[in-house]
Ligand binder design. Structure first.
Ligand SMILES: Nc1ncnc2c1ncn2[C@@H]1O[C@H](COP(=O)(O)OP(=O)(O)OP(=O)(O)O)[C@@H](O)[C@H]1O
Ligand SMILES: [Mg+2]
Length: 338
């Protein structure tokens, strides 16, 4: 269980744009959330909703040009990362905040032995000698469940299977005891049994080290099984955020309802057609004036098309708060729904 009182990372009103030939893409627009100590914070949403850009912005890894963080604050332990200089950022990346990606091969150097790559990170952040670092590498590989760690440390990335490579990435990512581990679709390239093992490993590491995790995924099943809290993103904005149980039990935003309805259920009849949300996501370079989901929403009111909905805070029925950005749930309109 995470500590609700201790906020490790606070993202406030983050805005990230890409200047493209077809206009300014609002990839992330007014995103705010807090990640607490030991919490697994899930971010879900369809492709292009801004999940990766949000997290790359946290680490200031947005390619510029064409990208630019135009507003907001990212507070890590009291420091605004948007004001950090390059040296500070280098210590934060892989030190306080580390990231693992979908495809470990893009982050591992194929020409270097695994031990050397992980040791370099430890030398940089902890000032360890090469010998000390290599000893720690073996401990880390054992901690992430790599058998015969002493020998495997001397191998190259291509000698590892996909699942084992992801374990190597995780070993590298936890080497400096980060406050926050960002895992961007860490298992989509793996087969399902290996997927479950890697997720279980992340969960156990989060518990044993009280490490916070931001877990980005398309998979609501993964969110249900892993996360404490979940934020649902649509068109660069968080539309609903809550503890996992209340969100699954009673989704409030019509987009969240649609996402949940489009997941196959074991108890549904085989002949039942799976729901799919009608329409397509909006062009982020030309967002509608009101709610970006309104054109696809079966419950849209006239106001939804004209004005951007405010964030409504409501009780989640479990002593916590749920946030919903939807006109149907504002105090004036909540009586009109259903
Ligand atoms: N370098 C870039 N140049 C221009 N636009 C970009 C760039 N990187 C991202 N975008 C745009 O920003 C938006 C958000 O992208 P992002 O990668 O965060 O989506 P995502 O939610 O992670 O999607 P996926 O589930 O497919 O990984 C998309 O519309 C994307 O086209
Ligand atoms: Mg992504």
């Amino acid at each position: 269980m995470f500590d609700k009182k201790e906020t490790v990372l606070s993202v406030r009103n983050l805005g990230t744009r890409f200047m493209t030939s077809s206009g300014t893409v609002k990839a992330v627009d007014g995103v705010s959330f807090d990640v607490h100590k030991g919490e697994i914070f899930g971010i879900v949403g369809e492709s292009g909703s801004g999940k990766s850009v949000t997290n790359l912005s946290i680490l200031r890894l947005i390619p510029s040009p064409p990208g630019k963080i135009v507003e907001g604050q990212i507070i890590l332990k009291g420091k605004n990362l948007l004001e950090a200089n390059e040296n500070e950022l280098q210590m934060i990346r892989g030190g306080n905040v580390s990231m693992i990606f979908q495809d470990p091969m893009t982050s591992l150097n194929p020409l270097l032995k695994v031990s050397v790559q992980i040791a370099e990170v430890l030398e940089l952040h902890h000032g360890l000698s090469r010998k000390e670092a290599e000893k720690k590498v073996v401990e880390l590989l054992k901690a992430v469940g790599i058998p015969d760690a002493e020998r495997r440390a001397q191998e190259y990335p291509h000698q590892f299977s996909g699942g084992m490579r992801q374990r190597v990435m995780i070993a590298m990512a936890i080497g400096c005891n980060p406050d926050v581990l960002i895992a961007d679709e860490p298992t989509t390239a793996l087969d399902v049994t290996i997927q479950a093992q890697i997720l279980d490993l992340i969960r156990r590491l989060s518990d044993s080290r009280t490490m916070s995790v931001i877990l980005i995924t398309h998979d609501l099943g993964v969110v249900a099984g892993m996360c404490d809290t979940v934020a649902v993103m649509y068109a660069g904005r968080i539309v609903e955020q809550s503890a996992v149980d209340p969100l699954f039990r009673e989704p409030r935003h019509p987009y969240t309802q649609g996402l949940l309805a489009s997941v196959p259920r074991l108890d549904s009849a085989w002949s039942e057609r799976l729901y799919s949300i009608p329409g397509a996501p909006p062009n982020l370079a030309d967002l509608p004036a009101g709610c970006a989901f309104a054109p696809r929403c079966a419950y849209a009111l006239p106001v939804c098309r004209n004005a951007y909905p405010p964030l409504t805070e409501m009780d989640d029925g479990q002593g916590g708060k749920r946030l919903v950005r939807c006109w149907l749930h504002t105090s004036e309109n909540s009586g009109e729904q259903q």
